[in-house]
Design a protein around this ligand. Structure first.
Ligand code: GDP
Ligand code: IMO
Ligand code: MG
Length: 429
């Protein structure tokens, strides 16, 4: 086996970064295929925390190649900042550690202004976006007026593309969002400079990746967000603007589905969500707050408190099917220590009917009442457990129940944020 996809199965922040960092010790290449710096992936090594937004979570290993695929939207200023920050901490010392697709779209200043402006106008109906310009950048990609990383290297092309985009964007900024129009020359100068700085990383990464896979190298695809934030299969309209599901690895990197092997989904032992939208198993009480505090559930990108609730197996099984999971990585089990009983939703009640699917309509999702089952909890701290047998019996039972309800083996159980706080039951490669 040489390819593995890691995706989030809930609403993001399941611990994908930790898992990708852990598994990078066995991988040759780590690839981001969608999303942008709306992501916040937290890595913790030797007590030190690193948060990456755009650069793949394999970057802490000097010999691993990290790739940003064409399906990602890139804010060059964030990328530069992240590169400098990592370097100052002794990581990413070699430019050759990162390749960026020349086909990846660029987040421009107007995308951020439109993202924030639109949210302001939506008022209480807002999506609760990260305000990073993600949605408007993907819109321009589809509208064919986007600017791509390769364009940053061609001054005349860049100048023209900015002029074309600004004709429409300045109209929107001035008349719809009541903001000042932007100046083409200023943007051109800033982005041409980004092109010069990032030039050594920008290339046709699809070709490189196809070659690596042909050589039998181990390639790890790192998802961002979570399946319930997928633009097609998530809780629309309260979703992000890209496809999050494993199937998008193909479009977002240019790798054929025939080359993809293992697909693991990261499942947090309870649920969280940042931003607006339905969340049937949400706990709007002291227990929800206790989970937030114990699990440090504050956004890695925006610092917003995350909404917390019980594990929702309707959601997890939706993700199992959509992604075709071959393994589950169960994270944050340690946060549940001391909570008993532990509840988990197995179905919803909607208009007197019991359903076990995520309804497409957001109003239905908001009205759905979870049907819970419960298991007894455990009181022992588990952060030092390094084998499955060391876990308390009730914790093992919780893991096994999730395996039974999904039909998917729990290949890794995570018992703390540290790289070493992981019980690897079945290595992927
Ligand atoms: P991602 O977006 O999926 O990469 O997840 P985030 O990094 O946004 O959020 C996950 C948070 O949980 C981070 O603060 C991690 O350090 C932390 N974390 C990951 N796994 C565990 C775990 O097993 N136990 C605990 N207590 N924290 C964890
Ligand atoms: P990681 O990769 C959690 C949410 C936002 C908002 C919605 C749309 O760290 O799991 P956007 O800025 O993408 O247009 O916002 O999606 N969101 C995330 N929530 N984790 C993330 O990424 C997220 N990326 C976007 O809060 O509700
Ligand atoms: Mg996150």
């Amino acid at each position: 086996m040489s390819t593995l996809i890691i995706v989030g199965t809930q609403w993001g922040d399941e611990g994908k970064g930790k898992v990708v960092d852990l598994l990078t010790s066995r991988a040759d290449v780590v690839v981001r295929f969608q999303g942008g710096n709306n992501a916040g992936h937290t890595l913790r090594v030797a007590g030190e925390q690193v948060i990456v937004h755009l650069i793949p979570s394999g970057i802490l290993y000097p010999d691993t190649l990290n790739v940003i695929g064409n399906g990602v939207v890139i804010d060059p200023s964030v990328l530069m900042e992240e590169k400098i920050g990592l370097r100052s901490r002794g990581y990413f010392l070699n430019d050759e550690q990162l390749l960026i697709s020349d086909r990846a779209h660029v987040i421009m200043p107007y995308h951020k202004l439109i993202d924030v402006g639109r949210e302001e106008l939506l008022g209480s109906a807002k999506i609760g976006t990260t305000g990073r310009g993600i949605g408007p950048a993907y819109e321009d990609k589809a509208a064919r007026i986007g600017i791509r990383m390769g364009d940053l290297l061609r001054p005349e092309v860049l100048r023209n593309r900015i002029a074309v985009a600004l004709e429409e964007k300045n109209f929107l900024l001035e008349h719809r969002f009541k903001k000042r129009p932007l100046d083409a020359d200023t943007i051109f100068n800033e982005y041409a400079a980004f092109g010069e700085k990032l030039g050594p990383h920008i290339c046709d990464v699809t070709h490189v990746l196809q070659g690596k896979i042909a050589e039998g190298r181990r390639v790890l695809f790192e998802g961002a967000q979570g399946t319930l934030l997928d633009i097609d299969h998530g809780t629309y309209p309260f979703v992000t603007s890209s496809n999050v599901v494993a199937g998008n690895v193909c479009a977002g990197t240019g790798i054929s589905p025939r080359k993809l092997e293992q697909i693991w989904g990261v499942v947090k032992a309870y649920s969280t969500r940042v931003g607006s939208g339905g969340f049937p198993s949400e706990l709007k009480n002291d227990l929800g707050e206790r989970i937030r505090e114990r699990g440090a559930e504050y956004g890695a990108t925006t610092g917003r408190p995350r909404r917390c609730g019980w594990l929702d197996m309707v959601v997890v099984n939706h993700s199992v099917q959509l992604n075709g999971l071959t393994g589950i990585v169960l994270t944050k089990m340690d946060v549940l220590t001391g909570i008993s009983p532990i509840k988990f939703a197995v179905a919803y009640e909607l208009d007197g009917k019991v359903i076990d699917r995520v309804p497409a309509d957001i109003n239905d999702l908001e009205r759905a009442v979870p049907v819970y089952r419960e298991l007894p909890g455990w009181t022992e701290p588990i952060g030092e457990c390094r084998s499955f047998d060391e876990l308390p019996r009730n914790a093992r039972h919780y893991v096994e129940t999730i395996e039974n309800l999904t039909g998917v083996p729990a290949t890794i159980v995570s018992v703390g944020p540290g790289r070493e706080q992981s019980i690897v039951r079945k290595p992927p490669f």
